[in-house]
Design a protein around this ligand. Structure first.
Ligand code: EPU
Length: 428
């Protein structure tokens, strides 16, 4: 078991690089199943979710070569249907893209029911609705999803009841090689939806409208290999932006697309921090107090739900009481109990957190209850008096590339330590 140990109170200064986006890398990696050729993917983040996705593809019969730390070659020619390993698939949410990709390539799919971070019910009814409209019949039994078509998918009109990133991506993946035209309405507009469409189009797909709420996909019989670079991770970038402001430091955050960060920049400016945008960088600094603000998380281009725990830490530091309303997930506030251990004063009422400001965080032992909650503990630890120890950091490593070394390089006193195994009598 490993933990992160932070000796807080040191402002962050300097340059920090953002890696490729987790939530674009996962669909792009799984969409390789459709390609039946060799692709070279660049700007791949070095995170455990990506390693797991590549491991799943390899177990299915793909040839994977790491050409460098951030470049991976995937040859999906030899992939066989139904070979994704139950234990790996069940631990990761993004593995549901295997269903769309197997259906698109083989006309059937057999995959374990997906796992992922726990913040309330995470239904997949919209994915299932899309597959059914494309001509699939599905059965869920014994922890597996068994999906079949009568000779392949057929293009269709899909209107989603809720805006879902995963369902939009899965429908797009499935429809790329379907017969005829598919129109997805009420589609998610996230940058990673656009990135996947760009990757698939580079492989010969015919997708238009990604980034708007209507996506049109004209089915093509086959795709071909390509070279493709994944976009920078806007959530990692946003996390560093908030860490700079939280510690009263100044960071130049490189390898970003500033447009993707607009909702975060706007809130930081409203709170009194300074944000300077360049072509592919932002500089965030703070040298005065933070103002209270009210925030509602929403699908893109709204303020991202995946920044909810991190911005909550900043609200704890602001002057006055702020309201943080979660507009996407039912139960994203499990981290609040952990922040309270460090001195935060937060009340949760349904989907709203009422956050009292001017918290003087003090170091404590806390848990990373999920990925973004875990990184929020890191930000709180960086601002706290004394030592913060964060347990269950495997959550953080699912989505943050080398975060300890990146933060050390900008002045944080942060280390990763291996904990000795607990004596048997304490395990009872
Ligand atoms: N929803 C349904 N039915 C569905 C699918 C979703 O009702 O079939 C609901 C969900 O319950 C939720 C809302 O729609 O209330 C949005 O869910 P969405 O499908 O957009 O989420 P997701 O695709 O499962 C991805 C990211 C999450 C991120 C959300 C929202 C991946 C692997 N995960 O999840 O990222 O929070 O979009 O932006 O791409 C993270 O990176 O920390 C993370 C959790």
């Amino acid at each position: 078991m490993e933990k992160i140990v932070i000796n807080g109170g040191k402002p962050l200064y300097g340059n920090i690089e953002v890696s490729g986006m987790k939530n674009a890398a996962l669909p792009i990696i799984f969409a390789n199943i459709l390609v039946e050729d060799k692709c070279v993917i660049e700007n791949v983040p070095n995170i455990s979710d990506v390693s797991r996705a590549l491991e799943i593809l390899a177990a299915m019969g793909a040839h994977i070569r790491r050409l460098s730390k951030t470049v991976v070659e995937i040859d999906s020619t030899g992939i066989r249907m139904g070979k994704s390993p139950f234990e790996l698939v069940r631990k990761m949410r993004g593995s549901y893209y295997i269903i769309g990709a197997e259906l698109g390539r083989f006309g059937s799919s057999y995959v374990a029911y997906p796992g992922g971070c726990d913040f309330g019910v995470r239904p997949i009814d919209q994915h299932i609705k899309a597959f059914e409209l494309l001509g699939t019949s599905l059965n869920i039994e014994g922890g597996y999803i068994d999906a079949r078509t009568n000779g392949g998918l057929i293009g269709s009109q899909i209107f989603f009841d809720v805006v879902s990133v995963g369902a939009t991506i899965n429908a797009m993946i499935a429809a790329v090689r379907a017969k005829g035209m598919t129109v997805i309405e009420n589609a998610a507009r996230e940058p990673h939806v656009v990135d996947l469409a760009n990757f698939l189009n580079t492989c010969g797909a015919n997708i238009t409208g990604a980034g708007t709420d209507v996506i049109k996909i004209k089915g093509v019989p086959k795709l071909h290999g390509c070279n493709y670079a994944i976009i920078p991770d806007m959530i990692e970038a946003g996390t560093f932006m908030l860490a700079a402001a939280a510690t009263s430091g100044s960071l130049r955050i490189n390898n970003v697309i500033p447009k993707h960060l607009e909702s975060i920049s706007a809130k930081l400016i409203e709170m009194g921090a300074s944000v300077v945008e360049g072509d592919d960088f932002v500089i965030v600094s703070r040298n005065g107090p933070l103002n209270k603000v009210n925030i509602k998380t929403l699908p893109y281009p709204g303020f991202p739900t995946d920044m909810n725990p991190q911005i909550c830490v900043l609200l704890c530091l602001a002057k006055g009481t702020s309201l943080l309303n979660e507009g996407v997930w039912d139960n994203r506030f499990r981290y609040v109990e952990e922040l309270k251990r460090m001195g935060a004063s937060i009340k949760v009422d349904g989907r709203t957190a009422i956050v009292d400001g001017e918290t003087d965080f003090s170091g404590a032992t806390v848990r990373a209850v999920d990925l973004r909650a875990g990184i929020a503990m890191v930000i709180a630890g960086l601002t706290a008096r004394g030592v913060t120890e964060i347990e269950d950091i495997y959550h953080i490593e699912r989505g943050y590339d080398n975060v300890v070394a990146k933060l050390q390089a900008v002045g944080a006193d942060i280390t990763k330590k291996t904990m000795p195994p607990m004596p048997k009598e304490e395990l009872a």
